[in-house]
Ligand binder design. Structure first.
Ligand SMILES: Cc1cc2nc3c(=O)[nH]c(=O)nc-3n(C[C@H](O)[C@H](O)[C@H](O)COP(=O)(O)OP(=O)(O)OC[C@H]3O[C@@H](n4cnc5c(N)ncnc54)[C@H](O)[C@@H]3O)c2cc1C
Length: 309
């Protein structure tokens, strides 16, 4: 019921106008999104890097309707990567890309268009001296996203992929993606998924996260622990020790605006701490869909407003 209402609202221009003008929404959005313009993103990135954190930037935009829009998103990433190179930020900042934003869902040749646009972004990242991570969306896209990742990795072996611990398939995917040099971002998963493909309760998801993390930490790749959960962070540290991992062989990741003091603590201890930093004009859809995809996210965002630790 709540999910349907939020999804309907995410597509309504009338509701959009109201929400965009509603001051409390702005307060929340400003906390989680760097701003609408490229300059806002670069400034926020610079601020984070100055505090010893690394960054992954997401140019907001999903729901791509046509090939021109998909190409426009790839171009926006190229501009971003040029800006990171020119400002000297590329050493501390990479980009995260949703394949749906570069055409994956287009009815004709969607996967091919997404692959080519993602390839453009990877080439720009290589030129800037940084990397790209492909975000993961709902489970219907997992096979397609991993297939595109495998293809891109032939030319860009540093390409990162996201695996979602709540999916029953993920432990097996971790085994495939735990090879030498493989950058894998492990998150719990943010979408509403059916029981047939995903663990449902928090406890079950947490256990699945730890099982997946054990595989990644024991492997030869580069695990990226994307969680705000103190238990997951503690367990990640222990697993790193047990597997004899050096601090530069894995990293922690959190969303911009969530647990900033914990981010600084982890960075201050000599860990790599990367902040996921979204920016762009499409924040409304991003924000509403995040709430709709998993109603628990509503609590997640509201709690973040109340707790800064
Ligand atoms: C860098 C990054 C990239 C991501 N990329 C993707 C992606 O590509 N695809 C995808 O599906 N999902 C992605 N996610 C979202 C992810 O799947 C989860 O929905 C989200 O991170 C919440 O899960 P959690 O691990 O933080 O723990 P939760 O189970 O939500 O929370 C566990 C505990 O963490 C602490 N905590 C959580 N939130 C807060 C808060 N706001 N303030 C204070 N404490 C808090 C609390 O102690 C809480 O009990 C990403 C997350 C991150 C951090």
């Amino acid at each position: 019921m709540l999910r349907s209402a939020l999804l309907a609202a995410s597509r309504s221009p009338q509701v959009r106008t109201v929400v965009e003008k509603f001051p409390p929404t702005h307060a929340i959005v400003e906390r989680f999104v760097a701003g609408e313009a490229l300059d806002d993103a670069v400034t926020a990135c610079d601020d984070l890097v100055a505090t010893g954190r690394k960054v992954t930037l997401d140019h907001l935009g999903e729901d791509t309707q046509d090939a021109a829009q998909a190409a426009g998103t790839a171009e926006a990433y190229e501009h971003l990567l040029t800006a990171l190179k020119e400002t000297g930020l590329a050493a501390g900042a990479e980009v995260s890309v949703k394949l749906s934003a570069v055409g994956q869902f287009l009815p004709v040749d969607g996967e091919k268009i997404a692959l080519e646009n993602a390839r453009r972004i990877c080439a720009a990242a290589a030129d800037a001296g940084t990397t790209v991570t492909l975000d993961m969306e709902d489970h219907t896209t997992t096979d397609s996203t991993l297939a595109i990742a495998r293809e891109l990795r032939a030319d860009f072996p540093w390409l990162g992929v996201v695996l979602q611990a709540y999916l029953r398939r993920t432990e097996a995917d971790c085994r495939e993606f735990a090879g030498a040099g493989s950058r894998v971002r492990l998150c719990k998963g943010a979408y509403k998924e059916p029981e047939s493909v995903a663990f449902q309760g928090k406890h079950e998801v947490d256990l699945a996260y730890v099982r997946a993390l054990k595989v990644l930490m024991a492997g030869e790749g580069y695990p990226m622990i994307a969680s705000h959960d103190p238990n997951m962070i503690k367990i990640a540290g222990q697993l790193a020790q047990w597997n004899g991992r050096k601090r530069d062989s894995f990293e922690y990741q959190m969303l911009f605006g969530i647990r900033p003091e914990e981010q600084l603590r982890l960075a201050g201890e000599g860990n790599t701490m990367r902040v996921y930093l979204p920016y762009g004009q499409e924040w409304y859809g991003y924000f509403m869909r995040r709430l709709a995809e998993r109603p628990a996210n509503l609590t997640f965002f509201l709690r973040a407003m109340a707790t800064r630790g």
